[in-house]
Write a protein that binds this ligand. Structure first.
Ligand code: IMP
Ligand code: MG
Length: 401
């Protein structure tokens, strides 16, 4: 495809709020835009949206032709949809707005606030909620609560966009404009941290085709050796959280000092500090074809935080691999290694067994977490180094990008 990088030839409505150059195709529809720190690619054109809005208006009009419904738009996101919907609505109708908020950045916070309540006299009237998008359904739940103590004649829900894969299914959605996949979108009223609402088309967060791995393995299972080989083979950057901490603390970086202050106070370093270190490391390596995360996550909360961070960069964990090995074999290996290296924690069998127990306890919930996402793979870590690399590669080569 032959793209011109030209910001100034965009329609002014598209240009506003966009800081950087944009890839524009010959019909001048921006195909790739940047908002804050993230890239978005064209998902629905203005025409496709208008068609969906028009057919929603038609369907609803057929059901309400004998009365005057009150359409209640949900601010802020629905303002463009409500405007176009009303223009397409062929009969008499009234309009009002409520304001709710649950999103921050790229994910639902789970807390829904009511900022503007229904004020009109709605007793005995038919109300149709006009939502821009239904995602988890939390906002919808709050909306339904807003109306449960009123004496409306009837209450229905219409949503222009609907993420069916993630919706909790609690209430029936009476009218749907377009079912869309579970990807973050902006434009046509929808924002990414308040930017993008003025776009007339809808854009989807750009996913990169990186290969990001989470690697687990008991002490002695050969994780470090294999990570070292894989990073060369696949042009990945190996991020060992232990090394990252030592680097930041030794060099007294801002995050290193912050981590040190928690450690000095005898507290656990909050996950966010680790995530911030990971973020810096990811940003230091813009050319990487992917990352091997080693030593993080260690808890389900950390796995969720990692997913959230990667999502904000249009990245994801493609797969999680665990190097399994029998405790007896590993114990012998470590004791052997301890003799050579003099590392005290490799010389004491009870300490070794404690580390195994801790590994089992900590990784069990993570196995479940990644299994539920269909991303968990385990391989035997026993055998020659090349054999194990082959087993790992067989998995990596099949991971979805
Ligand atoms: P829910 O409560 O998870 O269903 O989220 C609903 C609200 O979150 C919507 O009214 C939007 O304001 C916002 N939202 C959900 N998904 C997206 C998206 O993909 N882009 C922008 N905002 C979204
Ligand atoms: Mg909304």
């Amino acid at each position: 495809m032959n793209y011109t990088i030209l910001h100034s030839c965009l329609p002014s409505s598209t240009r506003a709020g966009i800081k950087k150059c944009i890839f524009v195709d010959p019909n001048e529809q921006a195909t790739l835009i940047k908002l804050h720190d993230s890239y978005f690619e064209l998902f629905l054109s203005e025409e496709e949206i208008q068609e969906a809005v028009g057919s929603l208006a038609e369907k609803i009009a057929a059901d309400y032709k004998d009365e005057v419904p009150i359409f209640v738009g949900v601010l802020n996101g629905s303002f463009m949809f409500v405007s176009d919907f009303l223009k397409a609505y062929p009969h008499d109708c009234e309009v009002s707005f409520v304001k709710l908020s649950s999103y921050q950045g790229l994910t639902s916070t789970g807390i829904v606030e009511t900022l503007l309540d229904v004020s009109e006299d709605i007793d005995g009237r038919s109300v149709v909620i006009l939502e821009d998008i239904i995602d988890t359904g939390r906002t919808l739940q709050e909306l339904v609560h807003l109306f449960t103590n009123t004496n409306v004649k009837e209450f229905r829900i219409a949503s222009l966009f609907y993420k069916s894969e993630i919706y909790n299914g609690e209430y029936n959605i009476d009218y749907v404009g377009l079912e869309i996949p579970n990807r973050f979108i902006v434009g046509y009223g929808l924002d990414y941290n308040e930017l993008g609402r003025n776009l007339t088309a809808v854009y989807q967060l750009k996913q990169t085709d990186m290969m990001n791995l989470v690697i687990f393995g008991k002490p002695g299972a050969g994780k470090g050796t294999q990570a070292g080989i894989l990073k060369e083979k696949y042009n990945l950057v190996h991020i060992s959280t232990g090394d990252l901490f030592r680097y930041n603390m030794k060099n007294k970086t801002a995050l290193g000092q912050l981590a040190q202050s928690y450690i000095d106070a005898g507290d656990l370093v909050p996950d966010q500090v680790t995530i911030d270190m990971l973020q810096e490391e990811v940003e230091r390596n813009p050319e990487a074809a992917g990352f091997i995360f080693d030593g993080f996550p260690r808890t389900t909360a950390q796995a969720e935080a990692l997913d959230q961070f990667l999502e904000s960069k249009g990245m994801m964990v493609n797969g999680c691999v665990a190097l399994e090995a029998d405790d007896e074999v590993l114990t012998l290996r470590l004791l052997e290694r301890g003799k050579e290296s003099g590392r005290s924690d490799d010389q004491d069998e009870s300490k070794i067994r404690n580390r195994f127990a801790e590994y089992n306890e900590k990784t069990a919930p993570l196995k479940d977490y990644y299994t539920n996402q269909g991303k968990f793979h385990s391989i035997s870590g026993i055998g020659a180094i090349e054999e194990i690399t082959e087993r790992l590669s067989a998995i990596i080569d099949q991971l979805p990008k």
